[in-house]
Design a binder for this molecule. Structure first.
Ligand code: PHE
Length: 447
């Protein structure tokens, strides 16, 4: 996307923002968190977080981006020269690299499932056992070369799209992505509902058991809110810096949040109950989605073809997210290092490749290197999702409070009644920072 280009209509912008929001966070991470955090109680807390923090913060990020005159994070977050926060935008630069260092790897798994579903490397056949699909993932994880090559492929695709001006093609792809993705999710939900012994799984997914709720449930739900809406990374700020004046950011925030959370909730409804039906453990961790989905496809007539379409859609959903991650810091590097768009994209891609190597190796060569029972990859995911995104969101509220009086208020008042606007300001000024600070303190005590 070149700076001269603007998102021309509200629908286009919603699709682009939802393109960033919907990705692995919803399809891969959300079901895993539901499984590990007591099922439906987690979902309810997540929905509350979306309403109380997600939507107001998205409105804040969109309004900061839209009213800024730049697309480079250091210029957008212009704190007073003497303020200790003047270099705070570096949090987003570091966060973006950390995020890309694991996200591109999981996108690579998606690519490998897509490719191997086509080539027959993965079979879909109702006679195959759970262990077959566990071995498929196991053999991918134990092959560092393959993991790195698939990650490299995602890096190259993302680099190519960001460095060229083929953004228009992506916009068009988004028009197809969401309807097809929702259609497949609904077909899969219908299939899952007809599986054997599904009632126990449905109960786990819909009947909240609050006895399982701990402070960790809240920490994870908050982290997931930020991750699934691409908040606290600067991404939505940079994206909305291309917005035209007449675009309604309130509508965009609400629709983006609804699309993002629905994809997550639908994916969970497919994956979680089917674990019960297939007798798979809820503690499947990182690989959960990549084991239960193929198992469901194996039970469906012509499942191979559905698998190919599904993994292709999942791939598009992740690539619209990886593009947005690279775009977050691209203008900054162009400006800071005086580089062209291509060279800046190349530099960032190279750094991401280097950083992703230890993460890929943590499933095989470096699997013994653990801290608190988490390998390097899991440490990085935790650090990014539960700490950096939280700090990033706190930073953006501080910035918002700083500037809320004039510019932002003027922008927001175009779309909100005075009552709702005051409620929004109250949330941004008091409630959201308070929740974030409490969670940060709890996390420090926890660790
Ligand atoms: N929201 C994306 C997802 O859920 C991940 C993401 C986070 C993208 C931050 C951009 C910035 O997959």
């Amino acid at each position: 996307m070149s700076t001269s280009q603007n998102w021309s209509s509200s629908l286009k912008f919603i699709l682009v923002a939802a393109g960033s929001a919907v990705g692995l966070g919803n399809i891969w991470k959300f079901p895993q968190l539901v499984a590990e955090n007591g099922g439906s109680a987690f979902i309810l807390i997540y929905i509350a977080c979306i309403l109380i923090l997600g939507i107001p913060l998205l409105i804040l990020e969109f309004s900061i981006g839209k009213t800024s005159k730049s697309n480079s994070l250091d210029t957008i977050l212009h704190f007073n020269k003497n303020s200790f926060l003047k270099h705070s935008y570096l949090l987003y630069i570091i966060g973006a690299f950390l995020l890309m260092s694991f996200y591109f790897i999981v996108s690579g798994w998606t690519l490998s499932y897509f490719v191997e579903s086509i080539t027959g490397g993965i079979s879909y056949n109702p006679n195959l056992e759970n262990s077959y699909y566990q071995n498929v993932l196991g053999s991918l994880f134990s092959n560092p070369k393959k993991l790195i090559l698939y990650t490299l492929a995602i890096i190259l695709i993302t680099y190519y799209i960001n460095s060229k001006d083929i953004q228009k093609g992506i916009e068009r792809l988004n028009f197809v992505l969401f309807p097809v993705l929702f259609l497949i999710l609904i077909i899969l939900i219908i299939k899952v509902l007809t599986l054997n012994n599904i009632s126990e799984g449905l109960k786990f997914y819909f009947y909240p058991d609050f006895s399982k709720v701990t402070i960790n449930t809240f920490i994870n739900a908050l982290g997931q809110t930020f991750f699934s809406l691409s908040l606290g990374t600067g991404t939505m700020i940079v994206y909305s810096s291309y917005l035209k004046k007449e675009i309604n950011i309130i509508k965009a925030s609400i629709y983006t949040s609804i699309i993002g959370s629905l994809v997550g909730i639908f994916s969970g409804l497919i994956i979680i109950p089917s674990l019960f039906s297939f007798n798979l453990p809820l503690s499947g961790g990182t690989g959960l989605t990549f084991i239960s989905l193929p198992l469901i496809f194996s039970q469906i007539y012509l499942g191979k073809y559905l698998a190919i379409i599904f993994f292709f859609m999942m791939l598009i959903a992740t690539i619209t997210s990886t593009i947005s991650m690279l775009e977050t810091i691209l203008p900054y590097f162009m400006k800071k290092c005086n580089l062209t768009r291509q060279k800046s994209a190349l530099l960032i891609s190279f750094i991401v490749l280097i950083l992703s190597i230890p993460n890929s190796l943590s499933f095989n060569v470096l699997s013994n290197l653990t801290l608190f029972k988490l390998n390097i990859f899991e440490q990085v995911v935790y650090l990014e999702n539960n700490i950096l995104l939280t700090l990033g969101s706190l930073l953006i509220t501080i910035y918002g409070i700083y500037f809320i009086k004039d510019t932002l208020k003027a922008e927001i008042s175009n779309y909100l009644s005075p009552f709702i606007m005051n409620l929004w300001i109250f949330l941004i000024k008091f409630i959201i920072p308070l929740i974030i600070i409490v969670i940060i303190i709890k996390e420090i005590i926890n660790s």
